[in-house]
Design a protein around this ligand. Structure first.
Ligand code: AMP
Length: 423
């Protein structure tokens, strides 16, 4: 047994699952690139301050950060999410707006690992900086929706809310503070602590004793300014125009502190309720400014790769499909012929593997079988002498001896060069 194992909450994504991961990000990139988004690849590690600016009332920042002092005495952290990095990048480089970017890659949160919750987990996401138009909110939500459709997921539901303008939100927060404070010790201790920092987050509590006070809490919609109400109405009208089904959820506040106006979450129909959020996002005007840039409106979403793939498993869609091999070369005359033939075929665009170590014909044919290649290409003494190759179909059919000079043409005509697709 190996003496080292992955750390808690960290996983190897092994083949063939790994090819599904790559296909997942490819489908995502295809959907958002077709809408004008370009990829940003921020570093995994940032100045700790980039994340503490997100807010100090979130567990993500206060309890779960992988932060440390590097060899140059800098306080740094592995990113727990990527929106803050995107905003830091915008503030640093000042690109022209609208800046429409997408990202994919791992984040780190020191959480209690369980199914669908890991310490290293991947997200794909988009962010748009510099546009206030509610129709952009609609576009952003619609792209996530389109992506779920492309994966084949049928049981995803969309919930939306608006947190209003910052002033509306402040008045609402005060009303919540008063409401929850009146509950006194009936509220759980954790919620009383949260109340001191950010009353909004008390609405996130899933603890039973808090439920009646959350139920009777004031509603954000009663605090909307005309402007906030108009923005939210426009977003809903846009979603209806695109036939995207959604539910209004006035108690949706989302985990991170920086949201205002539109917020939304996608929930899977098959996962446990604690892990059923597949992704979410919203508007976060103010974050770029907090990171030293100009006042800039922003909106985006992040979708959890790990959890979305669990939902795909549960719904039986988007299966792992590693690339099929076209051919497996079996060389029983020393190996140099296999070196030449595999190189030639790979250059011609075929996916080709081979046997090694000059093993017996039987052993190499076993490998050819296991490789799932469409044909075995066999080279023995006779084939070398005649400058030919035996082509043996692995899924039925007669073997044929083909002159070496005609092999590529023969294979092109006989193999569908289909690579792994996820249609
Ligand atoms: P958040 O950045 O917290 O809004 O999360 C967005 C999405 O990322 C969630 O809906 C999950 O799908 C995923 N996610 C967040 N934290 C984790 C985690 N610890 N493990 C796996 N997925 C996660």
């Amino acid at each position: 047994m190996s003496s080292f194992q992955t750390s808690p909450g960290m996983r190897d994504i092994l083949p063939p699952e790994s090819s599904r991961w790559r296909a997942f990000t490819q489908v995502f990139a295809d959907v958002v690139e077709a809408a004008g988004y370009q990829q940003l690849i921020p570093p995994l590690l940032e100045d700790l301050g980039v994340f503490t600016r997100i807010g100090d009332a979130t567990d993500v920042v206060t309890k779960e950060m992988y932060d440390f002092v590097d060899k140059g005495d800098r306080r740094v952290a592995l990113r727990p999410e990527q929106t803050a990095s995107v905003c830091r990048s915008f503030a640093q480089h000042r690109p022209v707006t609208p800046w429409k970017v997408f990202y994919s890659g791992p984040n780190f949160r020191y959480e209690r690992p369980q199914r669908g919750r890991y310490r290293q987990f991947d997200q794909v996401g988009i962010e748009v900086l510099g546009v206030d138009d509610p129709m952009l909110d609609v576009e952003v939500i619609a792209l996530a929706w389109e992506f779920y459709q492309q994966l084949g997921l049928q049981q995803v539901s969309l919930i939306v809310n608006s947190l209003g303008e910052p002033d509306d939100r402040s008045r609402y927060v005060e009303a919540l503070r008063t409401h929850f404070a009146a509950a006194g010790d009936s509220l759980t201790e954790q919620s009383r602590t949260t109340l001191g920092k950010n009353p909004l987050r008390v609405l996130d509590s899933k603890r039973e004793p808090d439920a009646p006070f959350i139920e009777s809490a004031p509603q954000i919609s009663d605090f909307y300014s005309d402007e906030a109400a108009a923005h939210f109405d426009a977003v809903q009208a846009g979603l209806r125009a695109l036939d995207i089904p959604f539910t209004l959820e006035p108690k949706l506040v989302r985990g991170l502190d920086y949201y205002r106006r539109t917020i939304f979450e996608f929930q899977g129909g098959t996962l446990d309720s604690a892990q059923n959020a597949l992704g979410g996002g919203g508007r976060y005007d103010g974050l770029v400014e907090a990171l030293g840039g100009p006042a800039t409106s922003g909106i985006g979403f992040a979708l959890g790769v790990d959890r979305t793939l669990l939902a795909c498993d549960d719904e039986g869609v988007f299966a792992a499909e590693p690339r099929d091999l076209d051919a497996f070369v079996v060389d029983v005359v020393g190996g140099i012929e296999a070196v030449k033939l595999t190189a030639e075929l790979r250059q011609a665009g075929f996916a080709v593997d081979r046997g090694y170590d000059n093993r017996s014909m039987k052993a190499q044919m076993k490998l050819a079988n296991r490789s799932n290649a469409a044909v075995a290409l066999i080279i023995g003494e006779d084939e070398v002498a005649n400058n030919a190759v035996v082509v043996k179909p692995m899924r039925g059919g007669d073997q044929q001896t083909i002159p070496r000079s005609e092999l590529i043409e023969h294979l092109s005509g006989n193999l569908s060069q289909k690579t792994g697709t996820h249609d």
